[in-house]
Design a protein around this ligand. Structure first.
Ligand code: ATP
Length: 354
């Protein structure tokens, strides 16, 4: 396993600046995820770390070695592609053994290593099958076994679950985590699915148009987003445009739709802000240190293990989420409703220039 450092990586394709100076620090044995919308530069970053593409400028370090212009095998990185890229005319055994045969390892060593890798991905007994005789999830496991058998310093996974159905996706997600923990290997994982990123990662880098907006643990990214983009990308949330109308040290009063919320923490210069409130932090009963605002019920949506009450405040819709449907049983659309939020659960961020 290896520590990977990216210093100021720039990559352009013609007129498109795909990466605008990326800095990242991926630690030994960490499962690190690049998360962001389509086209933000995740795959380009991954390919550059894999040694399948090279940056225009900047440096990539594997521990204290500059690997920027080394090939994949020289640097010890293996990429598992989204479509697995298994050889259809080869058996599972031969697919997994391929990298070892190229290295001209002795036959008995190849057999031992392939056996180990197939056991690891729980595919012992599938050696003689061809890829077409496997399910999507099994093909994915073969691709991972083929990558791990050469004992890479870092395993790179590009949207590895996107071709699987929802149930299998959850299963493979846990499998990847298990294998990573068992081997203690450094894994760089790419996805555009925030829930997947939250569930699987030690740390996440949220990317947006060729830049890294924030790096942190899933909890940090979810609970303390540093930018409007990160806040709005991490799941269903309320991001409400507002204005700072009064400042008192590090506390401000903000206004939206004629509603004033006071005593909120904010130290940035811009008065054009958004307030970010996670739906589950909104209560329908008074709570301590809370601000409150009153509007009307627009919709009540029942999801089984939680219920969402969507309130209308002027033209602004705000979603609240509660796990107890008893709490909302008395509410009907168009009725008056008051939302309560602890001040510490409201994040004020500068409005992002688009
Ligand atoms: P997706 O989730 O859709 O795969 P991504 O975040 O991985 O997206 P990249 O594939 O890294 O994004 O692309 C980043 C930007 O660089 C995009 O604007 C893309 O169009 C552009 N780009 C990537 N590869 C090339 C290429 N070979 N030639 C031209 N432009 C490219």
């Amino acid at each position: 396993m290896v520590e990977v450092k990216l210093e100021n990586i720039v990559k352009t394709f013609g007129d498109t600046v795909a990466l605008k100076g990326i800095n990242l620090d991926i630690k030994h044995g960490e499962l690190f995820t690049l998360l962001g919308p389509s086209g933000c530069g995740k795959s380009t970053t991954l390919r550059i770390i894999a040694g399948l593409d090279f940056p225009d400028s900047g440096t990539i370090w594997f521990d204290d070695q500059d690997v920027t212009y080394m090939s994949s095998s020289e640097r010890g990185a293996v990429l598992v592609f989204q479509n697995y890229a298994l050889w259809p005319h080869m058996t599972v055994f031969d697919n997994v053994a391929y990298g070892l045969k190229i290295k001209k390892l002795p036959k008995d060593e190849i057999e031992r290593k392939v056996k180990w890798a197939l056991e690891l991905v729980k595919l012992s007994g599938f050696e003689d099958r061809y890829p077409t005789q496997l399910s999507g999830g099994q093909q994915q496991r073969v691709a991972i076994a083929r990558a791990l058998v050469v004992e890479p310093k870092i395993l790179l996974l590009d949207e590895p679950l996107s071709n699987l159905d929802a149930k299998l996706r959850l299963e493979m997600r846990s499998e990847i985590r298990r294998i990573q923990r068992e081997l203690g290997i450094t894994v760089l994982y790419v996805t555009h699915d925030q829930e997947e990123a939250m569930a699987i990662s030690d740390r996440i880098a949220v990317m947006n148009v060729g830049t890294v907006e924030q790096v942190g643990t899933p909890k940090e990214i979810y609970e303390s987003p540093k930018t409007e983009f990160v806040a709005s990308f991490m799941g269903k949330t309320n991001v409400i445009p507002a204005k700072v109308i009064e400042r008192n040290g590090d506390r401000v009063t903000v206004e939206f739709e004629g509603i004033r919320l006071d005593g909120l923490y904010y130290t940035e210069k811009s008065d054009k802000v958004v307030i970010v409130i996670r739906p589950e932090r909104i209560k329908l009963k008074p709570v301590e240190k809370a601000v409150s605002f009153t509007g009307t019920v627009d919709l009540i949506e029942y999801y089984g293990f939680f219920v969402e009450v969507i309130g209308l405040f002027g033209e602004t819709r705000i979603i609240s989420r509660t796990i107890s449907d008893k709490e909302v049983a008395h509410l009907r659309p168009l009725q008056e409703v008051t939302f309560y939020v602890d001040r510490d659960d409201i994040i004020v961020l500068p409005k992002q220039q688009l």
